[in-house]
Ligand binder design. Structure first.
Ligand code: ACO
Length: 331
């Protein structure tokens, strides 16, 4: 089967990770946990923590400027900015408009936030693909930026060990050859909303004293349920995305999955039939940075020479919503 010609490609990626490191040993002093438990159950050794006064937009700005510098793109060249984040600077206006202003692109493009938790980057790539395919945009900046440490309950050992902060950015442009997005498969399941949520802080439960006392404004997760769904959904989405591109697991040069837990990644890879030698993993250094994990991982994989020209790449993601998806692309 002849490969269909891609409409868009990722022209470049960049990342920003804050300098401060929170190691498992530091967490041992904060909650009843151990380095051994965290390593064995998650694969995480350390994560990056943004300083108190650094926001999601601050990190997004740094990643955006870095990708613009790499490609020589001027602010006025950008037609659309999509910011994916579960940790916006404020509820109103969007973090995307904040990033737009910081990078000097105010008024010359439109900008909005896309909230799909850890799957945000893949959903945003699909929106960018549609905008470019329709001819309305030529250059889309996708920025995934997360200050997960700002919504974590630091007294809950089952979640506070998992997350970190950081940002990744990708410049999406029309494809003029065989490189780019070949297929995608995205789904969500609102029936499972409560297994991973922040119960309060929105209109369903505005913040009041009781909320603060019960810590309901912070992240809650039924880890075991999320784990099971994540493996099944990512593996199936991966297989369907490959099928959509007329490919099989044997064709995949590198799988870049959402980085939440190394056991989830290993199980997903096993179900999808892809050996771990062909799976990119960096969560031991960063933990789960929600929607930023994939652009950060792509940027590191490219830097490490793991994304050869023409490589077939499979992206898979999963997050709150529940949301999940997969994408194949020719690099
Ligand atoms: N240190 C020590 N013990 C712990 C810790 C800890 N940090 N956390 C939990 N435990 C204990 C539990 O209390 C439990 O003890 P018990 O048996 O006495 O009750 C025991 O360890 C086992 O707990 P489980 O929850 O069954 O542990 P599990 O092996 O499932 O690992 C984890 C927990 C790491 C959270 C796992 O379920 C997981 O990774 N889930 C998925 C998370 C994820 O992928 N999220 C992605 C989406 S995030 C987003 O969209 C924003």
């Amino acid at each position: 089967m002849k490969e269909s010609k891609p409409v868009v490609r990722i022209a470049a990626t960049a990342r920003y990770l804050p300098d401060d490191v929170l190691a498992n040993a530091d967490l041992e002093r904060m909650v009843n946990t151990s380095d051994a438990w965290i390593r064995e159950r998650t694969g995480i050794l350390e994560r990056r923590i943004a300083p108190k006064d650094m926001t999601a937009a601050d990190m997004g700005e740094r990643a955006s400027l870095a990708v613009m510098e790499k490609t020589g793109i001027e602010p006025s060249d950008i037609d659309l900015i999509i910011v994916t984040t579960a940790t916006p600077d404020r509820w109103l206006p969007s973090t995307a408009c904040e990033v737009q202003s910081r990078i000097g692109a105010a008024r010359t493009c439109f900008a909005f936030d896309l909230h799909a938790a850890c799957t945000g980057f893949l959903y945003a790539l699909s929106v960018a693909e549609g905008q470019i395919a329709s001819g309305r945009c030529e250059t889309v900046l996708v920025v995934s930026t997360e200050k997960m440490t700002s919504i974590i309950d630091w007294e809950d050992r089952s979640t506070c060990i998992l997350f970190g902060d950081g940002a990744g950015a990708a410049l999406v442009r029309p494809s003029d050859d065989d490189k780019g997005i070949l297929s995608s498969y995205h789904r969500s399941d609102g029936d499972m909303a409560l297994v991973l949520q922040r119960p309060a802080g929105g209109t369903a439960k505005p913040i009041d004293e009781e909320v603060l006392r019960n810590r309901d404004h912070l992240l809650r997760m039924s880890g075991r349920e999320v784990f099971k769904s994540a493996v099944q959904s990512m593996a199936r989405a991966g297989s369907l995305a490959l099928e959509g591109a007329g490919k099989t697991c044997d064709d995949v040069d590198l799988m870049v999955p959402h980085q939440a837990n190394v056991r989830i990644i290993e199980s997903t890879a096993r179900y999808a039939g892809i050996p771990m030698e062909r799976v990119f993993v960096n969560l031991h250094r960063y933990g789960n940075i929600s929607s930023a994990t994939i652009p950060v991982a792509l940027d590191e994989a490219a830097e490490q020479g793991k994304l050869a020209n023409g490589a077939l790449v499979l992206l898979t993601a999963f997050g709150a919503g529940l949301t999940w998806g997969a994408m194949t692309m020719r690099w």
